[in-house]
Design a protein around this ligand. Structure first.
Ligand code: HEC
Length: 696
């Protein structure tokens, strides 16, 4: 049935009746009470028509059951619910099928991603979820495979390699399914790859088409793929020099892929370039299509339909990969089929999805790289100096973005979008990448080098700057309606429902429910674990449940912890809540392990060299300045640090490679490895001394 949705009221009529009421019998409609797509429906609004849990009773929400996984790495998955069974994924691309009512494990599937693949993780070995179609599940594995499983048994149906594994590709995003095809992209642009999206046949697993988002080496001729024509006619001339060819150019499609049922188009969000700095990638010239763009493709052939580039000549890691949400909006009395987009760069875009033309764009967060977006050209008016070509530029946000992959949600009832926001300012300082190394961070700007403030005043000041919020944004008026301050940056995604609620988990482990209209906090449950993932909701036998993955990790908590965490977090969990739920919360001991005492001192220049080596090789996983947020071991508190031999067995020989601690024999000499140990050991002593002084 084709519905013409002109206003919010008609849309809500289609879903719920115009007064927004859903009778309880809606829970018996399996289709309405499942969560079948990554974003609930193919429009990816993350809105549910269920309203048994609503403003008047959400205060009675309680834990019903939880399931504990076998990894403490980040949990970013949106579970699917099909016929009462929850299908979810964890870090290391593992799949679990659980009874949605009881939490009983039905089956699990481990694709056995090799530990050494973790070296290709810019942002943890996470996975954001599955796709489902005709009794089959589809999974992208961290090491680049696309896998089809029998949803009933978890048996493997087919598996196909989607990447060249000699290059630092990874898959963390959820596949999407439409028209008998599975669509999947990949990540790795920070480490040096060429981005693309591909379509595979649901039944056979055969590849149907591939679209490269950036030009390849002209010496090799056309790729023989769906992107050939448009790369030749539009994209090539927007790239300069040859440097980018060494790095692959980037442009990975690492998260958002959406199929538009009404217009029969596929939208993909494209990431940053490789190397990241425009100066080194493309001589500082050209738009570099299709970096930081949304591209509309023909879902059957992969051929190009239109694109809109949000950041021409991208140079700040402002990707356009963030969630793409579809709806209709009345603008100037005309109904527009639109894309709602709130990418890292801090502008909220409303794009006509018929033509790709920008309809409106306004800042939804305090960013200063551009003053506004010109609606005629669709281009940003950049702030002079923002490109940090000569002088450093202090930006309102760095590559973490004011809004990253954590999904937003859109309620057709309130007409508002609920966006998880973080404030993480960043100083861009140009730095020539050292000789190109595939697999190393190829940024072209300096990473944060510390030191982090340590005095209570310094930490308090930092805490007051680095914050997060939940923002309710009106996409029609392009202005904020309400906003809730959160104590930490990098909180969970959101979900909204016909119960007029917005749900969100936070970095400090609170699972919150707000009034979708006013932002009033109606319920808050402390779960014990930091939350990144978005909640979902479903109904079984007349009961509405809310489910959520918990566990710390991902880009920011791994590398920019800023705040000391426990020595190590426990394993991730799936928690399921319902009205009157009275399950017992797990309790965890978060006491940090003691700092190591090493009866050894090192010359200052060794420690200093170790500090630089640590920053480049280790900080991305073990935390800036040895400050660990608790996802991976705090090396100052690890017994391994006390013993040179064990240290080298881990750091050089890769003794813990199976667990994702890759050996650095190719990158570091034993002397360098020892210098890092010297730095870590000295930090342990220094901080022990500092803390004992503070206590006195
Ligand atoms: C790609 C992410 C990653 C990078 C980069 C990384 N590590 Fe690790 N490291 C890990 C993981 C994961 C573990 C935990 C393995 C486990 O669970 O046993 C670990 C564990 C360790 C341990 C053992 C700690 C313990 O108590 O068991 C040491 C020592 C260590 N890393 C040192 C380093 C050093 C030094 C560097 C930089 C040269 C480095 N790591 C870079 C991921 C990383």
């Amino acid at each position: 049935m084709k519905r013409i949705l002109t206003t919010v009221c008609i849309l809500s009529l289609a879903l719920l009746g115009c007064n927004g009421s859903v009778n309880e019998s809606d829970l018996s409609f399996k289709t309405d009470s499942d969560w079948k797509f990554h974003g609930n429906t193919s429009t990816e609004q993350r809105f549910s028509g269920l309203k048994q849990i609503n403003r008047s009773n959400v205060s009675q929400l309680g834990l019903d059951w939880y399931y504990e996984f076998d990894t403490s790495r980040g949990q970013e998955s949106t579970p699917l619910v099909i016929d009462g069974i929850i299908y979810t994924t964890t870090s290391w691309s593992k799949v679990y099928a659980l009874d949605g009512k009881t939490g009983r494990l039905i089956w699990k599937f481990d694709p056995e991603v090799p530990g050494k693949a973790a070296a290709n993780a810019c942002c943890d070995v996470v996975n954001r979820g599955l796709a489902f179609s005709e009794g089959r599940l589809f999974l992208g594995t961290f090491d680049g495979r696309l896998i089809s499983l029998d949803a009933r048994t978890g048996d493997l149906i087919w598996s196909t390699l989607t990447v060249d594994q000699s290059k630092p590709y990874s898959i963390t995003g959820a596949p999407r399914v439409a028209k008998g095809k599975v669509y999947i992209g990949n990540g790795g642009a920070d480490l040096g790859v060429r981005g693309y999206v591909s379509a595979y046949d649901v039944i056979t697993g055969d590849r149907v088409w591939r679209f490269y988002t950036v030009p390849g080496d002209p010496v090799d001729g056309p790729d023989g793929e769906a992107s050939d024509d448009v790369l030749e006619s539009l994209a090539s001339e927007t790239w300069y020099g040859e440097e980018y060819l060494k790095y692959g150019g980037g442009g990975t499609v690492w998260d958002s892929i959406v199929y538009d049922e009404e217009l029969d188009q596929l939208y993909v969000g494209v990431g940053n370039g490789s190397p990241l700095n425009h100066v080194y990638r493309s001589e500082g010239k050209g738009d570099n299509l299709f970096l930081s763009s949304i591209i509309a493709l023909n879902p059957d052939t992969g051929s190009y339909i239109w694109h809109y580039q949000e950041v021409p000549g991208e140079t700040w890691d402002y990707t356009a990969t963030q969630q793409i949400t579809l709806t209709d909006l009345m603008l100037d009395n005309v109904n527009h089929k639109v894309i709602l987009h709130a990418p890292k760069n801090g502008f909220f875009y409303v794009i006509d999805r018929v033509t790709g033309k920008l309809l409106s764009a306004e800042k939804f967060a305090p960013v200063n790289w551009a003053s506004h977006i010109d609606l005629d050209t669709g281009r940003p008016q950049e702030t002079p100096g923002a490109r940090y070509v000569e002088d450093p530029f202090m930006s309102g946000t760095g590559g973490a973005g004011v809004h990253n992959w954590q999904p937003m949600s859109y309620s057709p009832l309130t007409g508002l979008v609920y966006i998880p926001i973080q404030v993480l300012p960043f100083l861009y300082v140009r730095e020539k990448p050292s000789a190109f190394a595939q697999g190393a961070l190829n940024l072209g700007y300096e990473l944060f080098k510390g030191p982090l403030p340590e005095s209570p005043e310094g930490i308090a000041e930092l805490e007051s700057i680095l914050t997060g919020s939940l923002l309710a944004w009106d996409p029609l008026a392009q202005n904020p309606v309400w906003s809730i301050d959160l104590p930490r940056p990098y909180n969970g995604g959101t979900m909204t429902s016909a119960g007029q609620l917005v749900f969100q988990g936070t970095a400090t482990g609170d699972f919150n429910a707000y009034d979708a209209e006013t932002g009033d906090l109606l319920k808050s449950i402390q779960t014990g674990l930091p939350i990144l993932a978005p909640p979902i909701t479903y109904g079984i036998d007349g009961v509405q449940y809310v489910a959520l993955m918990l566990g710390n990790g991902g880009a920011v908590p791994l590398s920019i912890p800023v705040f000391q965490g426990p020595s190590q977090y426990p394993n991730g969990r799936l928690m399921v809540f319902r009205l009157g739920g009275s399950g017992e919360m797990p309790s965890d001991d978060f006491t940090p392990k003691p700092l190591q005492v090493i009866a050894q001192t090192w010359p200052e220049e060794v420690v200093s060299a170790g500090s630089d080596l640590y920053g480049y090789n280790c900080a991305g996983c073990h935390g800036e300045a040895t400050l660990s947020s608790g996802v991976l071991p705090d090396l100052k508190r690890s017994a391994v640090t006390t013993n040179s031999e064990t240290w080298n067995a881990v750091v050089i020989d890769g003794a813990l490679e199976d667990r994702g601690m890759v050996g650095f024999s190719g990158e570091l000499s034993e002397k360098q490895s020892e210098a890092i140990r010297a730095y870590v050991g000295s930090e342990a002593s220094r901080i022990r001394l500092r803390d004992s002084t503070l206590e006195d």
